[in-house]
Design a protein. Structure first.
Length: 448
């Protein structure tokens, strides 16, 4: 194996996001629709309701305008129709018989019942291929040691990631977020790991805990790269700077879709590496009308698994809002890029301004160390509409004096108004008041 080659897959990655790739995608889309229409009553009924038969899909544009978008509400309704029988709902939507399923993970279910993510041997193979592409771009090679510290219990980033990461030839240590900061830190040290895979929240938490738990700063462990996913952070300049400085490592962002950020010093978004396995589209989150993939386009991504069997999406939304970049990346690597700017479920409207928690995070973190970076949005009524002022609980920094909080508050208010067009009401909290999580941090407190 040539470990100096640019891409894991030298045949397909150079033609990502090209006309040649579009031809490959169309052939796979047509095959998928025909297979599901003929074999699965659920999908046949869904296509029939839209007035579509497989022969109608003669182009990717046909697919993007004729096949309806599937959202969380559709999944929930299916579960209700199946009398809350998750296995029955799963059997209806997968593209193969149930006895071909070999692994089942699930979404976190934070907004309702978890959605199962069943996988066949073939699904595991093509998903492993995609993660090999991402890890290769990060500089991971056979013999690299990865401490895996995402939640292992049923999460897609848990046991499935442990499985996928092996494809590139890495040694994986499945420590898991459940084990706590002490065990994660000790295995980073004992394994002499060069890579840590976890949420941004946990990566930040380990910075604070390392001196107490292992008697040294996190930067002394020799970690070369962080693979961060599951929540905003890796794409926020202030958070990236803190992590890279503290660890002495490069931060890589992954999430929202099947891509990873590059090594360019300034964040360029995540390169989408998956065109031949996953079709990425943008739609308007309200009207569901297609949005062309052009420089600066923003919308809700919908995904189609072009070879999916159990792990199967057909124009399905994961609930993100993304902005795409189609201009060449200064790093020279292939694939259009995308940035996750928020979640549909987390969108807030304050006096007409659309605000996402991730954007607030970026502004508040820029004031560290005068603040710890931890905050919560307090909602008195169901979103998205917020009656001003939007309330924010913010922890002040360890060295910040109480008498300085009034001035600091004014500075933060002005920054939020300049960048996000709203002025908050700040509720100050002492350092370490807010609960830290080794999983995804919930940025919203629902007070209603």
């Amino acid at each position: 194996m040539d470990t100096n080659r640019t891409y894991w897959n030298e045949e397909l990655e150079p033609i990502l996001n090209t006309d040649k790739m579009s031809q490959i995608q169309l052939a796979k889309v047509q095959s998928l629709i025909k297979r599901l229409y003929e074999a699965k009553p659920y999908w046949r009924q869904r296509f029939d309701s839209a007035g579509v038969v497989p022969s109608d899909i003669r182009s990717l544009a046909d697919f993007g305008t004729r096949i309806p978008v599937m959202e969380k509400a559709d999944r929930r309704q299916l579960l209700v129709d199946c009398d809350m029988d998750m296995m029955k709902a799963m059997e209806m939507t997968i593209g193969v018989p149930m006895d071909e399923i070999r692994l089942v993970s699930a979404t976190s279910g934070t907004s309702g019942e978890p959605t199962p993510l069943p996988q066949t041997h073939h699904d595991i193979a093509w998903l492993s291929e995609l993660y090999a592409r991402m890890l290769w771009r990060m500089g991971i090679r056979p013999g690299s040691r990865i401490v895996h510290a995402f939640g292992l219990s049923m999460f897609q980033a848990g046991v499935p990631f442990v499985t996928y990461f092996q494809r590139v030839g890495a040694s994986v240590f499945p420590v898991g977020a459940e084990s706590g900061a002490d065990r994660v830190l000790r295995f980073l040290k004992l394994a002499k790991a060069d890579t840590l895979a976890c949420t941004p929240s946990l990566a930040e938490h380990l910075i604070d805990r390392a001196p107490t738990l292992i008697g040294q700063e996190i930067g002394g462990l020799g970690v070369k790269r962080l693979l961060l996913a599951g929540e905003p952070g890796a794409g926020i300049p202030e958070v990236r700077a803190k992590l890279e400085t503290s660890y002495g490592a490069r931060v890589f962002d992954h999430g929202g879709s099947w891509g990873v950020s590059c090594e360019w010093p300034e964040y360029q978004g995540m390169h989408y590496v998956s065109d031949d396995k996953m079709l990425f589209e943008l739609v308007d989150p309200t009207t569901k009308e297609s949005i062309p993939l052009e420089q600066g386009a923003r919308g809700m991504p919908v995904h189609t698994t072009l070879e999916g069997e159990g792990f199967l999406f057909v124009r399905e939304s994961l609930g993100d809002i993304a902005e795409v970049s189609t201009e060449p990346c200064p790093c020279g690597r292939s694939g259009f890029r995308y940035r996750i700017v928020g979640r549909v479920d987390d969108m807030l409207k304050v006096k007409g301004a659309i605000v996402y928690p991730a954007a607030i995070d970026g502004v508040i973190t820029s004031f560290a160390p005068r603040v710890t970076g931890e905050f919560r949005i307090v909602l008195d009524e169901p979103p998205p509409r917020v009656v001003p002022p939007l309330k924010l609980k913010i922890e002040y920094g360890i060295a910040t004096q109480v008498e300085d909080l009034e001035t600091l508050g004014v500075e933060i208010e002005e920054a939020l108004h300049a960048q996000l067009k709203f002025r908050p009401r700040i509720i100050w909290l002492p350092p370490h008041t807010l609960e830290r999580s080794t999983y995804k941090t919930q940025m919203i407190d629902h007070a209603y």
